[in-house]
Write a protein that binds this ligand. Structure first.
Ligand code: G6P
Length: 469
């Protein structure tokens, strides 16, 4: 078995503050701990503006994983992370053209940090290693590594949606970004819809086409393109949820509910998650279904995220105001309808809270996958499961057909679905849950990782012309 080198911007290195609430780090941690290898990326620390460029990554070895960490300067983070990655690619790929901000300076920072990563990484990669790069921050990395002479098998996985061509072409350098993708041997997307968008883009822009099955030509180079939905450690998470019934925080939460039904939402504070629309739907539900007043509590756990980006800071204010207003309008002397918690909760307690909930609200406006949906399902009591309310715009909706599928833009429709979920009889809840649990048990994170690495380890032997870029 070749050594695996994983590269991602966010690396949950074993140090205080190193962990992240994001889907990518959550998904990869289990797989990396099981298989071992090198995990390379940003340390999470910031070097001063004028710090000299590092010549080597810092290594931390824990069990089978070597974490190779790079400090980025304030300027690099501003341009590459907050700028091009999170003010251009993130909003655009989540269909929010209105929130994008493109500048040559941030674009330059994006390519600069990818070059720095390539310079440091190539010193560590051995000829037989396979390299697996993750997410939108690092698309150009393989092209940089190839330019430096690396011939390794390299794969790329996009954790966020791949938008339709009319949206992607808003990006002034879209052709360059897609040329970057062509340097990989395998490209993985979350859903067949993402692959479809990629294929349509190639055809319309005349930059490539599907050869057959998973084989594509992109910018003249043959690559394998697959839809491979990311999963969770389903059985382990289910066990954690069961054990967490005794967790002190979960017990406290349970006691504080005094018999009321719990509705739960857990999201990073991000505009793609539809948190404001969800609060509005909850308010509409309270207004339409008055008999539920005082009989349910909506707990929204929302750790802050990317607060240096203006659009995030603004939505932080908007959501806090909205939750406050709804509580002001609907609370009673002994009842607060929304509990809005702006901090991260540990995974054990989170699993116990999901298990306690009667309804899980996962209603993003757009999401690559959404692992909260899968964790909610994994956490349920098989004999008395809660109901998942899931946005049709989450990648997870392609798999979890036992969920109540909603359109988060339809506020009153979502309000109706909340009532339906709370009132759903046990046999229907159990039927729906069983279907979903089977799916995520058979398609867990180990399945995802093995399937991707299998494709990456076995060069396709289809005789397609492979030209250097
Ligand atoms: C999403 C992205 C990840 C990212 C995570 C957290 O899941 O796909 O790449 O790590 O959000 O965001 P952050 O900016 O804090 O890393």
């Amino acid at each position: 078995m070749s050594r695996l080198v994983v590269v991602s911007n966010r690396v949950p290195a074993p140090k205080p503050g190193g962990a992240s609430a994001g889907g990518l780090a959550v998904a990869l941690s289990g797989a990396m701990e099981a298989r071992g290898g090198v995990w390379f990326g940003w340390s999470g620390d910031t070097a001063p503006h004028d710090a000299p460029e590092p010549e080597e990554a810092r290594l931390i070895v824990k069990d089978k994983v070597t974490y190779a960490l790079v400090d980025l300067t304030e300027r690099d983070l501003e341009d590459y992370y907050s700028g091009f990655s999170n003010r251009m690619l993130w909003p655009l790929f989540h269909y929010r053209m209105d929130l994008t901000g493109f500048t040559r300076v941030t674009l330059g920072g994006y390519y600069r940090v990818n070059k720095l990563f390539s310079k440091l990484l190539r010193k560590m990669v051995e000829p037989d290693d396979i390299v697996w790069v993750h997410d939108y921050h690092l698309v150009p990395l393989a092209a940089d590594l190839r330019a430096a002479g690396l011939k390794n098998r390299m794969g790329f996985y996009l954790h966020i949606p791949f938008p339709p061509p009319d949206i992607l072409t808003v990006l002034p350098n879209h052709a360059d970004i897609v040329r970057g993708l062509a340097a990989y041997d395998v490209i993985g997307f979350q859903t067949p819809y993402d692959v479809e968008n990629f294929e349509t883009y190639l055809r319309r822009e005349k930059l490539g086409r599907r050869l057959s099955g998973h084989r594509f030509v992109v910018h003249g180079r043959a690559v394998t393109v697959m839809a491979l939905p990311v999963g969770i450690e389903t059985e382990a998470f289910a066990k954690t949820a069961q054990a967490s019934e005794k967790n002190a925080l979960v017990r406290r939460a349970e006691e504080s509910l005094v018999g009321r039904s719990l509705i739960i939402g857990v999201d990073r504070l991000d505009y793609s998650k539809g948190i404001a629309e969800r609060i509005q739907a909850f308010e509409s539900f309270l207004t339409l279904d008055t008999e539920w007043r005082n009989r349910c509590t909506y707990l929204q756990i929302t750790p802050k995220s990317r607060s240096d980006v203006a659009e995030y800071a603004q939505m932080e204010r908007e959501v806090a105001e909205l939750a406050g207003r709804v509580n002001g309008a609907h609370a009673d002397l002994d009842w607060t309808p929304i509990r809005y918690v702006n901090r991260a909760i540990g995974r054990n307690a989170l699993a116990g809270l999901y298990r306690l909930a009667r309804v899980g609200l996962v209603t993003p406006l757009r999401d690559g996958m959404n692992l909260v949906a899968k964790e909610f399902v994994a956490s349920q009591k098989p004999k008395d499961p809660g109901v998942l309310l899931l946005s049709r715009f989450a990648g997870a909706a392609h798999e979890l057909d036992g969920a109540l599928i909603t359109n988060p833009y339809d506020i009153d429709g979502t309000a109706g679905a909340i009532a339906r979920a709370l009132e759903m009889p046990l046999d229907e809840r159990a039927d729906r849950w069983t279907r979903m649990y089977e799916r995520i048990r058979n398609h867990d994170v180990a399945w995802w990782c093995d399937s991707f690495l299998k494709a990456l380890e076995q060069p396709a032997n289809d005789g397609a012309e492979v030209r250097p870029i």
